[in-house]
Design a protein around this ligand. Sequence first.
Ligand SMILES: Nc1ncnc2c1ncn2[C@@H]1O[C@H](COP(=O)(O)OP(=O)(O)O)[C@@H](O)[C@H]1O
Ligand SMILES: [Mg+2]
Length: 336
Amino acid sequence: MPAGPPFSDKDDAVQPIISIRGLNKRYDSGFHALKNVNLDIADGDIFALLGPNGAGKTTLISVICGIVNPSDGEVRVDGHEIIADYRGARELIGLVPQELTTDAFETVWATVSFSRGLFGKPKNPAHIEKVLKDLSLWDKRNDMLMTLSGGMKRRVMIAKALSHEPRILFLDEPTAGVDVELRRSMWEVVRSLRAHGVTIILTTHYLEEAEQMADRIGVINAGEIILVEEKNELMQKLGEKRLTLHLQDSIDTVPDTLARHELDLVDNGHALLYTYNANDKRTGVNSLFRDLDSAGIRLRDVDTKQSSLEEIFVDLVKTPTPEPAADAQATAKDNA
Ligand SMILES: Nc1ncnc2c1ncn2[C@@H]1O[C@H](COP(=O)(O)OP(=O)(O)O)[C@@H](O)[C@H]1O
Ligand SMILES: [Mg+2]
């Protein structure tokens, strides 16, 4: 948008709260886990990092959180460079790791309060109380962790991550292996956190979860961010379909009576291509067939194809990421 007032447009003007440039991660094994990642995350967004197992999701958030060292590139968290200003960056971040680790014999209250202390923050019982209430854990505050259900333990992990009042919360696969009901309650928790102004970055390998939760979605595969898009735009594109009409007899031009359908003549006049959105109420397919009939155009065959994005996504979800071996060798050679 040209010359709007400053800070008026989320995409253009506001400084991203997380900014990643040219980030690469090669593990000691030589495996190239992140490949030239560039990514901005807007303040207050729910951002879903979507990708299959082994794509690099945990590696990426571990780098941002300062747990894994980048090989090269730059990461800033609200302007704080994560290595030069590690503390400044880390202070703003809460992390709920993929694996649950809890001290079985601690109470909910003690473990969450202790987490706050780890960040050198002064005691603040009122804040801990609010966090526990927000997560529906207040009644359980004096219970030992070992007595809690899996879903409650996960919420304790979130409470720990929120104990030091972070502005950004990372949730690494918050609903992996969690039943449907619990998944829905987790989504509600995340939405209510966002309503309190917390920026949320979650990783998932469920398209549905990203669709339900996110404002923006980034798709990562084999260490590369292959797409970043507003959720609504992405969902629109996922519905895009192409209908190919193979003609009985070839034609030189599209007849005027079909002009309103925006058809492309392809295959040397042997086929017409119609692009439409399967999510739309009116796809125009019915009137297209009527008009084709009126125009005396006879069809030999038809086929439809989802947009390439859908294909990409289906591939992502179904195909396991190739094993590191080949890539690791290539990387070793590159380094030699
Ligand atoms: N410490 C490590 N050393 C070598 N390779 C690793 C290490 N940690 C992860 N990897 C590899 O990096 C890739 C990405 O892993 P990860 O970030 O955990 O993926 P995701 O979280 O998307 O499932 C995987 O192929 C994994 O085997
Ligand atoms: Mg992971």
